[in-house]
Design a protein around this ligand. Structure first.
Ligand SMILES: NC(=O)c1ccc[n+]([C@@H]2O[C@H](COP(=O)([O-])OP(=O)(O)OC[C@H]3O[C@@H](n4cnc5c(N)ncnc54)[C@H](OP(=O)(O)O)[C@@H]3O)[C@@H](O)[C@H]2O)c1
Length: 305
């Protein structure tokens, strides 16, 4: 990893959950880290791993101290609430940020690109959100762009695909034998191992010229069934039953289908060339093996698409 810019002394991770905790642990030896979460149980989780935390429920409009962001690098990792077309959590945070941070990093999703029918998308590709979830992200990216431009704050948006890692492998789906769409019919998609995502976050802080949008993927696009089969093989579990796309429309949840209905290959060239991220898990089998090893093989993970 590239050496730190000495002047960065404070990092605030708003939404210090799965990714945020690993980011905080990676950064705490070089600067002060504060993790913001909404629930008491999550605050206790931060305490348990030795990360300073603060409880702020952005849904409740809880006040933030006026100075909290002054000169800090802010990573914003809170997903939008699902009961609005906008992102009221982010709006509340931006409205309450009276002091300028030195850098604002917003974690978005590659869902903003919608369906590209299997072709490549880059940061220049126009957004085409097909779901309410993706529309909220486009709105949120726009809010961050306006807020940062008006205040001359350096802004980075990381567009992230399915995150996997220890505790985030689809072992639960394999255990319940949830069917998967046949490999030859499933659309292509992208992933990132959580530790490579953390490296990309840290690179935004280390590269003072980094600004604008970066896709963050492992550069190994493959469909979700292929990924599931690889996890099954590495974990020594039976392969899932495979069904046609037509059958999937009848038996899978709307949420799962919304991912299956989109197909694209997200380019990571800008991330590699400008953020100089050195991927540890460009080989997805390596990433799966590391994840299984860290979680002690056998605990059932959640998430993972
Ligand atoms: N999972 C994926 O495959 C994927 C793909 C692309 C992008 N992303 C996005 O990447 C980001 C990080 O993902 P993650 O897996 O680390 O998410 P996560 O584990 O769900 O963490 C989300 C964090 O946001 C906090 N939060 C939620 N509601 C809040 C509120 N009202 N006020 C204050 N804090 C609140 C949570 O705190 P509490 O626990 O206290 O509520 C938690 O610390 C998220 O925005 C996620 O949507 C995820």
């Amino acid at each position: 990893m590239i050496s730190a810019i000495p002047a960065v002394q404070r990092v605030v991770i708003v939404g210090c959950g799965y990714v945020g905790k690993r980011l905080g642990l990676a950064l705490r030896s070089r600067c002060d880290v504060l993790g913001i979460v909404s629930r008491a149980a999550s605050l206790a989780g931060l305490e348990a791993i030795g990360l300073p935390g603060q409880g702020v429920d952005l849904d409740a409009g809880a006040p933030l101290s006026p100075d909290w962001a002054r000169d800090a690098v802010v990573f914003y990792l809170v997903p939008p609430a699902t009961d609005s077309e906008s992102d009221v959590r982010l709006a509340h945070l931006l409205n309450g940020m009276r002091r300028r941070p030195r850098l604002f990093v917003y974690m978005s999703t590659t869902g903003v690109y919608g369906d590209a029918e299997g072709s490549e998308v880059t940061e220049q590709t126009p957004v085409n959100p097909l779901t309410a979830r993706a529309r909220r992200r486009v709105t949120a990216e726009g809010m961050v762009r306006v807020w940062c431009t008006e205040r001359e704050v350096r802004r980075v948006v990381l567009r992230v695909p399915g995150i996997y890692g220890p505790g985030r492998l689809p072992l639960g789906r394999l255990a319940t034998r949830e069917p998967a769409v046949r490999v030859e019919e499933a659309g292509i998609g992208n992933r990132i191992h959580v530790d490579d995502l953390v490296s990309a976050c840290i690179a935004t802080l280390d590269m003072p010229d980094a600004r604008g949008i970066y896709n963050v993927t492992d550069g190994s696009p493959m469909n979700s069934t292929e990924f599931l089969l690889r996890v099954a093989r590495e974990a020594g579990l039976p392969e899932p039953p495979q069904i046609s796309m037509d059958e999937a429309q009848l038996v899978l949840s709307p949420s799962r289908l919304s991912f299956l209905n989109e197909s694209r290959q997200v380019s990571n060239r800008r991330m590699l060339h400008e953020l100089k991220v050195q991927l540890r898990y460009a080989d997805v089998d390596e990433g799966i093996r590391q994840s299984l090893a860290e979680e002690g093989q056998g605990s059932s993970g959640s998430g993972g698409r």
